[in-house]
Design a protein around this ligand. Sequence first.
Ligand code: 13P
Length: 256
Amino acid sequence: MAKGRRYLIAGNWKMNGFKKDGKELAKAVAKHLKAAGKDDLPFDLLVCPPFTLIRGVGKAIKGSGVKLGAQDCHAAEKGAHTGDISAPMLKDLGCEFVIVGHSERRTNHGEKDADVKAKAEAAIAAGLTAIVCVGETLEQRDKRQTLAVNRRQVKGSLPKGANARNTVVAYEPVWAIGTGRTATPEQAQEVHALIRAELVKALGEKAGQAVRILYGGSMNPKNAKELMAQPDVDGGLIGGASLKADDFWAVAQGCL
Ligand code: 13P
């Protein structure tokens, strides 16, 4: 991480947990932050539970400094969209962040860059920070398309009016998600540097340098420090390891 940016450690709980689990996990995360003294830490801590747990988790972390987010939103503000949740609804529940364009959404729900961009713009309009995900598949990496794919996704998914307050980018190589196979720090930095260059091109030097770029994909307490030591890795988007408060906290210790 370069000077001037603050780490963001974000837990993506995906489709896991019932009321009791969510509350316990959230309270345990908050307890770690409290014990550490939240004022002088170099990172923000964020949890993104499934929609059903947002309200309970919000209550459990109230006043703790742990931030609340969601995993997706619809691009429209309201209307006839059965089963969908809008960005203003998330804001109403106390969310500050929303993940958009996760590869599991792109794959399972056919979301394209233009959809992701529209969702990110809806998030920003609602006063949320959009965490915009990009990343190549193994096939694309093997065909040496990694940089082209990530460049195309950043260009196509970046919301209008993006800045360091309302937008975060997450690089999540699809082959590293839930596989136990992590990008090496060099592989991560190579793509993060490309994303940084695209951000600078799109937003100008100052804003482009200020936007945080997270790494996601089998990040764990063992590999977090090395990854976050890279100049353009400004935190993590953590799946599996975010479901255990001690592991999630141990990942955050990689920022120190
Ligand atoms: P894992 O940490 O389980 O690989 O998941 C990463 C991810 O997809 C976070 O959004």
